[in-house]
Design a binder for this molecule. Structure first.
Ligand code: AMP
Length: 940
């Protein structure tokens, strides 16, 4: 083509608009396989920029710019676009644009809603006329570009049908928001090559039908046997059962050894019986009011978890359905944490051996922030699990709310997944074969790219929120439609009968066989196997209370040797000067030249555990350095920003030490760590709050999981929470870890609440938590200013003893016989009291520390009280306002402990709605006053 024509062509709107898409299409095809484009195009693309002689993917804007340059130089004259001005090539470009439009927006015309109630927007890009094409072009053969249907060329008529089958059938694929070309291409290949239709064998089809029969049969059976009882029926979303079974089988075939599932109540009983293989008779007993006596308070049946094995083509896969409370989406990070623990145990870092499946509701996935948190965590170092398969049981109504203008501000309930560019496959739940197709595609995508993927199972809810609800009251038109709508089992059975795969008689037989199996009460899942695959034995941890005997003592030599090891700085590693000084000081502490501070003792606790081959997992915002600059578990080289973690290098054979600065979330991260700790008793799992009150953001995890998980579900959890707490004038938000809330939740020895006041105490508390066989949460009010308090120091000998003192008696030389008052306290206020008493040379007041507030150490307190049994005046002194801290929740223990006839009174801040004042001067005044109150004997 003549240069001026080329230039004119280039400057015309074609290349800026339509033709650009054509060239881009060709370029993408060339990137994937240079042989897939014509020689002329290949040589043109070969001229594009390269790095070190290797062809690189070039941004399309760069391609356009290069073409402009080439056009100007006449280089592109040989390119096949030469004929673009001709009618045929113009149409060719339009055809490629049409393909692109289907890829982008086909989902908006897909047949997704089984009820046909969705009002779909007319998408003009999907119409021929929008692309200046018409039915008259149907016989013209066009090049298909990268459309992966398996042919290079096709008549437009056939292509148009193919596009509609692929992108506007029962599957609506949203993936063009993905910027990674490889991932996008992969999905295109998958969908387009099969035209989004699976090739199922007769056996596979019958299996799908069996899944639907089971899903439907189970609900009908329960409905008839226990009319009106809440079961949160799956009906309408029945294809979830064959879908999850297909996912498990596919996961097993791909090498997974475990699948952990999280889901809320909808359809849970159905999955328990029809996928996990729970004995129906056990479920029926639960409906009749019988329950497992071994559990404490227990939980409703639609929150219960379950474990079993499932036979797959790749061997048995262990299944674990996580226990969960009613907070709909909170179980997702728990599942991810559990999977991470299982992956770590198997030494698998790419997620291939354990698969998380999370099942969401349509209103909840759009409504609840914890979903966003988990997406954000999904690719981070500390929390990645190789991708989660997320299924939305989209029954188009949340309890009674169904109008999308009330439930969300996005077109689809799944739009949140786009934040991590996850592909989203919407699928009509009434087309179970399409459901199986997307399940396999989603699983393969997850396994290939190790990323999250979403399946939006568009269905309906046959009954109300529960079976006693009347849905017509709020969704009249929807429920008129649902009433007349055939059940999924019937639709698919009719289809299979019509195509001759099964006979009506065979269908009836399958239905009655399933019913008979339920009558019989035994497991109805053919693939069910007894558990052999789960690889951790919990029995050593069961049946212990907090005071179980243990020996955590170590020799001084061991401590010194490990201490010196954790202070080693690699050659050529330049620490920031303050950090360097801290490590130099720490080294002399480890050598016994100086008493140990908090950071040194804490580090030594980890080092000793690692040397004993205990694994440690530690996360939290700024956990590596520590909010208050005291830990520095991660060294940063000032020369090249390289990182070094000394605790990972203490011995040839040692436990695994992982420490991660977490994403800026409390709820999902704490839930993740709960999941981790409930799946791995051998690891000391620690979550640290940046400031203690930030744990407020994870209140649901504290209330619904940590405090009550063992009591409700019999699930042990040794998670440790380090929550900085202390009144230092920093204002209402950074003073209190809300000790009172944790104390209020104390019962049944559900967890331990400790306020260690010395480095030796934190060392021995952490070691106790790992060495002792009991696995219960440890809630620690950890310090801030005490990290550097000159009196808050300990000797190596105190550490070596291995004893955590639940109570620390008077340490000064005070004669008990002369004591007229005993002040009890916990935490930092102790040092204020001690200072004041020393300065004022008070000799008749003893100060004792209660280092473990729960379980209250009655025996040790009794021993302490024995020394002061003549004392009638006892005081509980705290920094927190009277309605907070330990006063109200622990007072009964104080009263129980003091000698007969004595009384306990309160010294502390007045009750307050805020945790602390915002003005430093007021804080100082209050602090002074409470100490004086506690120590001035004749205050009245
Ligand atoms: P899972 O691997 O979670 O399916 O658990 C397998 C089995 O280990 C369960 O059936 C329980 O018997 C036991 N188990 C798992 N987690 C815990 C836990 N946190 N506390 C006590 N026992 C557990």
């Amino acid at each position: 083509m003549h240069e001026s024509v080329m230039k004119a062509w280039w400057d015309s709107s074609h290349m800026a608009g339509g033709n650009a898409a054509y060239v881009e299409e060709l370029y993408e095809a060339y990137l994937e396989d240079p042989q897939s484009v014509s020689e002329e195009w290949r040589s043109t693309f070969d001229k594009l920029p390269k790095v070190d002689g290797v062809s690189i993917e070039t941004r399309h804007s760069v391609v356009r710019d290069e073409f402009k340059k080439m056009a100007a130089m006449g280089l592109a004259a040989r390119a096949p676009v030469a004929a673009a001005g001709e009618v045929g090539d113009q149409k060719q470009i339009k055809v490629l644009q049409l393909i692109n439009a289907y890829r982008f927006r086909g989902h908006q015309h897909a047949n997704l809603d089984p009820l046909g109630l969705w009002q779909q927007e007319r998408v003009r890009d999907l119409e021929l006329s929008h692309h200046s094409l018409s039915e008259q072009d149907f016989d013209t053969v066009f090049n298909l570009g990268s459309y992966a249907v398996g042919q290079e060329k096709m008549p437009l008529g056939e292509l148009f049908k193919s596009l509609n089958r692929t992108y506007c059938g029962s599957i609506g694929a949203e993936y063009m928001h993905i910027t990674n070309t490889e991932q996008k291409r992969w999905i295109q290949q998958y969908l387009e090559a099969a035209e989004a239709k699976p090739a199922l064998t007769k056996e596979q089809k019958v299996n799908v039908l069996k899944g639907l029969i089971a899903a439907d049969g189970m609900e009908k059976y329960l409905g008839a046997k226990f009319p009106g009882a809440k079961r949160f029926s799956l009906e309408g979303g029945d294809s979830l059962v064959p879908m999850v079974k297909a996912l498990i089988s596919g996961a097993g075939a791909a090498g997974s050894k475990e699948v952990v599932i999280g889901m809320a109540h909808r359809g849970r009983l159905n999955l328990l019986v029809n996928v996990l293989g729970k004995n129906p008779s056990v479920l029926f007993d639960e409906f009749s009011g019988l329950h497992d006596e071994s559990l404490g308070s227990g939980d409703v049946k639609y929150h219960a978890g379950y474990s079993s094995d499932f036979a797959t083509p790749g061997g048995p896969v262990h299944l674990a359905l996580a226990f969960n409370p009613s907070h709909l989406e909170i179980v997702n990070p728990v599942v991810m944490g559990s999977v991470r623990a299982r992956l770590d145990r198997r030494g698998c870092s790419d997620g291939s051996m354990s698969l998380p499946i999370t099942i969401h509701g349509d209103s909840a996935i759009a409504g609840q922030g914890v979903v966003q948190e988990t997406f954000n965590m999904s690719q981070t170092r500390g929390f990645q699990v190789g991708g989660t398969v997320r299924i939305v049981v989209n029954n188009q109504v949340g309890f009674t709310t169904s109008k999308t203008e009330d439930t969300r501000s996005t077109q689809y309930c799944t739009d949140i997944a786009k934040m991590v560019q996850a592909p989203i496959f919407h699928v009509n739940a009434d087309d179970p074969e399409a459901v199986i197709f997307v399940s396999q595609m989603a699983l393969d995508y997850r396994n290939t790219f190790k990323r999250d993927v979403v399946i939006d199972l568009v269905c309906y809810r046959r009954h109300g929120h529960n079976e006693a609800d009347e849905p017509n009251a709020t969704q009249p038109l929807m429920y008129q439609k649902i009433k007349k709508h055939p059940v999924p089992r019937q639709i698919y059975a009719d289809q299979l009968v019509a195509e001759g795969t099964v006979t009506a008689h065979e269908v009836e037989k399958l239905i009655s066989e399933y019913r008979a199996a339920l009558d019989h009460g035994a497991c109805v899942v053919e693939e069910w196997r007894p558990m052999t695959e789960h690889s951790v034995d919990w029995t050593p941890y069961i049946g212990h209370d907090w005071d179980v005997p243990y020996d955590a003592s170590l020799s001084l030599d061991t401590l010194k040797q490990l201490g010196e090891k954790v202070c080693e700085i690699p050659e050529g590693f330049k620490l920031q000067s303050r950090v360097n000084k801290l490590y130099a000081d720490r080294l002399s502490m480890m050598k016994g030249e100086k008493p140990l501070d908090w950071g040194a003792a804490e580090t030594l606790a980890y080092a000793t555990l690692l040397a004993e081959k205990t694994d440690i997992r530690f996360t939290g915002q700024d956990a590596g350095r520590g909010t208050f600059f005291h830990r520095h578990a991660v060294m940063h080289n000032q020369l090249d920003a390289a990182e070094h973690i000394p605790l990972q290098h203490i011995a040839e054979e040692q436990g695994v030490f992982e420490i991660y600065d977490s994403v800026l979330s409390e709820e999902a991260v704490m839930a993740f760590e709960f999941g981790y700790a409930t799946a791995e008793p051998g690891t000391l799992t620690i979550w640290e709050a940046q400031f203690g009150d930030f744990a407020n953001g994870a209140q649901v995890v504290i209330d619904q999981f940590l405090s009550s998980g063992e009591h409700k579900w019999g699930r042990l959890c040794g998670l440790t929470l380090l929550l900085p707490h202390g009144y230092e004038g920093q204002g209402p938000e950074h003073s209190s870890a809300r000790l009172e809330r944790f104390l209020q939740l104390c019962a049944d020895h559900n967890w331990q609440v400790c306020v260690p006041s010395t480095p030796a105490q934190v060392y021995n508390m952490l070691r106790r938590q790992a060495v002792r066989p009991m696995r219960r949460p440890l809630i620690v009010m950890s310090p801030k200013s005490l990290l550097r308090h000159p009196q808050a120091v300990s000797s190596l000998e105190e550490l070596a003893s291995g004893v955590f003192h639940n109570v620390i008696d008077e340490i000064d030389d005070i004669n008990p016989a002369k004591v007229k008052r005993v002040v009890m306290c916990s935490g930092k206020v102790y040092y204020d009291l001690l200072d004041y008493r020393r300065k004022n040379e008070i000799e008749d007041i003893a100060i004792v520390r209660i280092e473990q507030l729960y379980p209250f150490p009655h025996d040790e307190v009794e021993k302490m009280v024995e020394r002061y049994k003549h004392v009638k005046d006892w005081i509980w002194c705290q920094e927190e306002p009277q309605n907070q801290g330990a006063w109200y929740c622990s007072q009964h223990h104080f009263w129980d402990s003091i000698p007969e006839g004595a009384k306990v009174t309160y010294a502390g801040r007045a009750a307050s709605s805020a945790p602390a004042v915002g003005y430093l001067s007021v804080h100082n005044q209050q602090q002074k006053k409470l100490v004086e109150e506690a120590l001035e004997l004749n205050k009245d």
